[in-house]
Design a protein around this ligand. Sequence first.
Ligand SMILES: [Zn+2]
Length: 280
Amino acid sequence: MELPEVEVMRRDLEKEVVGRRIKDVDVRPQRNAMRIIRRHARRKEFSDRLAGTKITKIDRRGKYVVLFLDDGDALVVHFGMSGQFVRGTRRQPLPQHTHVVLEFAQGGDLRYIDPRTFGEMFVTKSDELGKVKELDHIAIDPLEDTFTWQEFSYELARRGTKLKPLLMDQRFVSGLGNIYSDEVLFAAGLRHDRSSDSLSSQEVRRLYRAMRETLQDAVRFRGTTLDDEAYVDLFGKPGEFQSELKVYGRRGLPCRRCRTPIDVVKIAGRNSYFCPQCQS
Ligand SMILES: [Zn+2]
């Protein structure tokens, strides 16, 4: 999941689970379920803090989702490489790799599924969220209104590194991975290997706008589901942004803007797609 998919998840959770009371929490018996709640010593310690509470609000901080509870606690979730929530009911069998099930007093349950178990969830006091170091220095959030192009410009000039790895650096921008960094650079007309301190102010504005618009569009289309179907939404449905992708995964296909074949290079071992004509 990159940022748009996490935001789609946050919005769905807001509609689906706010106001629901958690009746029971089941941390599944397999050993790697403990990896998901690794900040807690025991299953019971985690479930006891959640059982009986009501979910009051859902927030997102970068790629973290925070579920606020009516007793002053908060459940913090990071989906890692392959984690996701899916809604279910007791009658539906648990999918493979389900590690935690939050059963509601009314209205089914919420399952946390994660094949690779890099994701995690933990409970903390909501007034101590500021002490959680991963939530403390969250970088620029392209979906937040608080981030201005002047700030962005200052940060780009200060770094002086190649654009693609910089956009994927989670300390710089939250939530851009391999897919959206390629799409943002195409939308901005900039090459992956341009140095961030070489941009004109017009190019900075283009990149700023491309970042916001690409991610907003991706949220509108409910995220990107590639052929591996690694991402599905809260209801198990794939996103639709994959059919909107301009460069990612389109090696050799004609550019949607100029018909030049899309080119690919390896950056840090992963394919990076761009149009040699439209991006400079
Ligand atoms: Zn092109």
